[in-house]
Design a protein around this ligand. Structure first.
Ligand code: G3D
Ligand code: MG
Length: 278
C-alpha cells in the first residue's frame, strides 16, 4: 500500500440488533457468528481497501467505528461522530421500525452534528426475506431516490453485497475529500424519554473517556470494566453501575491523583443518585 494512502473514518449507525457488528466482522475478517455480543460504547476496526480502477485506483485505510445503537447513549454516539467522513446507516429489513428509526433518529442526528457527509443506506438481513424480497428491493430503491444516495440490501450472514456497501462508501469519501462540508442547522427532533440509568451509563462512559483524553483509548477500558461490573447496557441496574464506577476509579489510580479520582467518583455517584443529570 502506498505511503500516501488516505485515511477515512466511517461509522455504522442504526438501532441495536440490525447487524452493524456482524457487517463489520464480515467485511474485516470475512466471518459470521450467531453469538450476539452487545457493543459497549464504541469499537474501532481497520481495513485497507482499494477503490477505483487502475490507473486511477487509490488505497484507503478505512477506520470503521462500531457505535452502540441503544437509544439514550447520545453522549457516546455524538462523541463517536466527531470527524466522521462517511456513514453507513443500517436497518434490519425484517423490522420496519428500524428503518423508521434510521430515517427519523439516526439520519437527523448525523446531519445536525457533522453535516451531509457521504452516506450509504444499508438494509441488512436480506437472507431472511422470502416473498417480501421484491417489495423490499423496491422500497430500498425508493430510499435511494429519496435521499439521492446509494441504498443496498446486504446480508452479513451470507456476505451478499457487504464488501460492495463499504467500497461504495469508500469511493464517495474519496470523491468528497477536499470538499468542505457544511453543517446544517437542523432542529433536534423530539426525543423519546430516556431511562435515567441509561443516561447515567452514557454520562459515565463519556466522562471517563474525556478524563482519559481519548475515546479510542477509553472505550476499551470502559467496555472491560462495564462487563466486569455486569452492566447490561440495554437496561443497566443501579447496582451494576455503582460497581462500574468503583472499577473505573480503580483504573484511574494509574493516571490520576487521589483528589481527582475522588472527585470523578463523587460526580458519577451523584448522577446515579439522580443529581445533576441533564
Ligand atoms: P448490532 O451490532 O447492530 O447490534 P449484531 O447487531 O451484529 O450484533 O447482530 C444482531 C443479531 O442479528 C445477531 O443475532 C446476528 O447474528 C444477527 N444478524 C446480523 N446480520 C445478519 C444477517 O445478515 N442475517 C441474519 N440472518 N442475521 C443477522 P442474534 O440471534 O445473536 O441476536
Ligand atoms: Mg453491535
Amino acid at each position: 500500500m502506498a505511503d500516501e494512502a488516505m485515511k477515512a473514518k466511517v461509522l455504522l449507525l442504526g438501532d441495536g440488533g440490525v447487524g452493524k457488528t456482524s457487517l463489520i466482522r464480515r467485511f474485516v475478517v470475512d466471518q459470521f457468528s450467531d453469538d450476539y455480543i452487545t457493543t459497549i460504547g464504541t469499537k474501532v476496526s481497520k481495513k485497507d481497501i482499494t477503490v477505483g480502477k487502475p490507473p486511477n485506483d487509490m488505497d484507503i485505510i478505512m477506520q470503521i467505528w462500531d457505535v452502540l445503537g441503544q437509544k439514550g447513549y447520545g453522549g457516546v454516539q455524538e462523541t463517536a461522530m466527531k470527524g466522521a467522513q462517511g456513514v453507513l446507516f443500517v436497518h434490519d429489513l425484517t423490522r420496519e421500525e428500524t428503518r423508521r428509526s434510521m430515517e427519523e433518529y439516526w439520519m437527523p442526528m448525523v446531519w445536525r452534528l457533522v453535516g451531509r457527509i457521504p452516506m450509504v443506506i444499508v438494509g441488512n438481513k436480506v437472507d431472511l426475506l422470502e416473498e417480501e424480497r421484491i417489495a423490499s428491493h423496491e422500497y430500498t430503491y425508493y430510499l435511494q431516490e429519496k435521499y439521492d444516495t446509494p441504498a443496498i440490501m446486504t446480508s452479513a450472514k451470507s456476505g451478499e453485497s457487504v464488501e460492495g456497501a463499504f467500497k461504495v462508501l469508500g469511493e464517495m469519501v474519496v470523491e468528497s475529500a477536499g470538499v468542505t462540508i457544511e453543517r446544517l442547522a437542523l432542529v433536534t427532533p423530539p426525543q423519546e424519554p430516556v431511562d435515567l440509568l441509561i443516561r447515567v451509563a452514557d454520562k459515565i462512559m463519556t466522562d471517563f473517556c474525556y478524563q482519559l483524553g481519548s475515546v479510542d483509548a477509553g472505550m476499551p477500558v470502559v467496555k472491560r470494566q462495564f462487563e466486569r461490573a455486569g452492566v447490561d447496557v440495554r437496561a443497566p441496574s443501579a447496582t451494576s453501575l455503582r460497581k462500574a464506577i468503583e472499577n473505573l476509579a480503580a483504573v484511574e489510580n494509574d493516571f490520576k491523583n487521589a483528589e481527582e479520582i475522588a472527585a470523578n467518583k463523587a460526580r458519577r455517584l451523584a448522577w446515579l443518585e439522580g443529581r445533576d443529570v441533564v
